[in-house]
Design a protein around this ligand. Sequence first.
Ligand code: SAH
Length: 261
Amino acid sequence: MRGGPLEAGEKVLMIDPKGRKYLCTLRPHDKFSTHLGTIPHSEIIGREEGAVLRSSGGALFVAFRPTFAEYVLKMKRGAQVLYPKDIATVLIWGDIFPGATVVEGGGGSGALTIGLLQAVGEKGQVITYEVREDFLRQARLNVEAFLGKVPHWLLKHKDIYEGIEETLVDRVVLDLPEAWRAVKDAAQALRPGGLLVAFFPTVPQVQQMAAAIENEPRLQLQEVFETVHRPWRIQGLSVRPALRMVAHTGFFIIARRLSPA
Ligand code: SAH
């Protein structure tokens, strides 16, 4: 749901005077409640986004639909999610285009999956491999709570190290602890010119992955990098980086499928 009045059943992000964010699902007879008091959902339903509401304790809250990044940080997690800055990186450096066929492993909490599904659009397809049934279930709940039913998504309860069934895919995206074990199958699944994008939190993983790519004649190692997102605080004359940040998430490694000849 984008635009228009806030409706019962949707998720809404409530922002308090200090900028703290709370995600809640609007239900006609429910109440939003924090240490700053309560606001009946019935006062939020029917209002436009950006509406300012006063809590029973006198605090002013602003109501918005969550952005994708806000939703990812607030949604229920099975596995650790990829941070929004890293999802953004996958989408652009991985060149996830409308209409693309993308194989993803694993599904985790479905954060990256949402980004991939939005980027490929309904003419594309995302095929997600997830080995753990509990994570698979949570990923499905998270994705569908944000996007609704997604016919262009195939979620498989499978170990991606045992093989990738798809062929001639445009992109393979791996957020897995031992993604090097899927390199041969990724090379097999990709079409010539296709991209392999992998993400790892630690340096030894990057080393193993780079070695696996260099040993695979069908792939060319192209880039290894990380991105840093440093938030700033603006408070009157005090304009400076925030004191705390997420200082490390992980590294990207990108390879491309060569032509068979
Ligand atoms: N990118 C995800 C997080 C992935 S966490 C997100 O943004 O939410 C890594 C996931 O890979 C976990 O859910 C784990 O269960 C899964 N996994 C690990 N090994 C796997 C394998 N061999 N095949 C498929 N999934 C695997």
